[in-house]
Design a protein around this ligand. Structure first.
Ligand code: ADP
Ligand code: MG
Length: 360
């Protein structure tokens, strides 16, 4: 069903994304590591889940948030190994991995459950085994780290130990692939640290796929199909709603769900704004922790102070003599995290709902 609030897992529930599915397949053939970027609720998790379920690749999903929570906020290699073992137990039957893993020292298979003995077994051993297993079956094994912003709590060096392991896999295990996604602020800024020269991944080619909001027409079609699917005859103009909330599919779904509940478009719209506002506050808080200047810049851009020099002047006017290269890098980071977009010489806020909230 299109109007469902959890990430999609089946192709029949995924609206469009044909091109992205193909692109992802190609990227994984080329790059050992593929990073999926895009605004919150734009459909990153859904895209990857559907892709993996539809493909004949072996695959494991690691939800960074769950890993973080079950490890009490400090993720060790022990935790991750155990977590991967549990995931392997879940998938091995359907992906016919059990028989292969049975023969590996340090792995106990009882019934359909797999246990890894972390004493005999390091994380890189496990990846090596997975690589061999995949190779023997002439397949690739994909490990999908979703909500990867939480991986900065891996080890004691902001996730660098895990990045070093990724780098090692990159160079040595050609049948292991990683897909990395999650909140852009956290993933790009805090975990991957790609611009950082000392990051273990620096200089290695990485595939990037950006999931974009639906176009106006796609969004209208999405609503029509969603309402048709549940047999709801609507008596309002969906174009008007799309003009308000634009093409972020998570918001479209939320509108659909709320409309079906309330049968009132204005109330449904209000609920969407309410939910987005909560998300917005959380993200601003995250940004603020990194620099007070981020939310300030976003507010200015939403107010129309949207060129480099106008921004520089407004900082000056409040007594903040920010250096050129610093301002440049803040803007660049906001752009990378898809908060803003540059058109010719002007910046603009990408998400229209955010823009509205910012200029309130
Ligand atoms: P993200 O991982 O980018 O935050 P999700 O994949 O969790 O986004 O999707 C957010 C919401 O939008 C969920 O309700 C999901 O079911 C829905 N959704 C995402 N992509 C699609 C799609 N292509 N078709 C239908 N619904 C989608
Ligand atoms: Mg997600």
């Amino acid at each position: 069903m299109l109007f469902s609030l959890t990430p999609k897992t089946k192709k029949e529930d995924l609206f469009d994304r044909e091109r992205e599915l193909k692109d992802l397949e190609k990227l994984l053939e080329t790059y050992p590591i593929v990073v999926i970027t895009g605004l919150r609720r734009v459909g990153k998790s859904s895209l990857v889940k559907v892709f993996l379920n539809e493909s004949d690749l072996l695959h494991i999903t690691v939800d960074g948030r769950r890993l973080y929570e079950t490890s009490g906020g400090n993720i060790s290699s022990h935790h991750l190994t155990r977590f991967l073992g549990e995931e392997l137990s879940r998938i091995s039957k359907s992906q016919k991995l059990l028989n292969v893993l049975k023969r590996v020292r340090g792995i106990t298979v009882s019934g359909t459950s797999i246990e890894l003995n972390p004493k005999e077994f390091s994380l890189s051993d496990l990846l090596e085994k997975l690589n061999e297993t995949a190779k023997r079956r002439k397949k690739k094994i994909v490990i999908f780290f979703d909500e990867a912003q939480y991986l900065r709590y891996y080890g004691s060096r902001g996730g660098n130990d895990l990045l070093a392991l990724f780098a090692y896999c990159y160079d040595n295990f050609e049948n292991v692939r990683f897909i990395i996604s999650g909140s852009e602020v956290g993933v790009l800024h805090d975990f991957l640290k790609l611009e950082d020269y000392s990051s273990p991944l620096h200089g290695r080619g990485i595939g990037f796929l950006t999931v974009r909001p639906f176009t106006f027409d796609q969004s209208v079609d999405f609503f029509m199909e969603g309402f048709r699917e549940v047999g709801e005859k609507i008596n309002f103009d969906v174009e008007e709603i799309v003009r308000e909330i634009d093409g972020i599919v998570g918001y479209l779904v939320l509108f659909g769900v709320k409309y079906l509940e309330k049968k009132n478009k204005d109330e449904a719209l209000k609920e969407v704004f309410h939910a987005v506002k909560a998300l917005f506050e959380k993200e601003m808080e995250e940004l603020r922790k990194r620099s007070e200047r981020y939310p300030f810049i976003l507010r200015q851009i939403a107010r129309g102070i949207n060129t480099w020099s106008a921004l520089k002047n407004i900082f000056r006017a409040k007594g903040d003599f920010i250096g050129d290269s610093r301002l440049y890098s803040l803007l660049e980071t906001l752009e990378k995290m898809s908060f803003i977009e540059k058109t010719q010489s002007e910046y603009r806020i990408v998400d229209p709902v955010f823009e509205k909230i910012l200029s309130e």
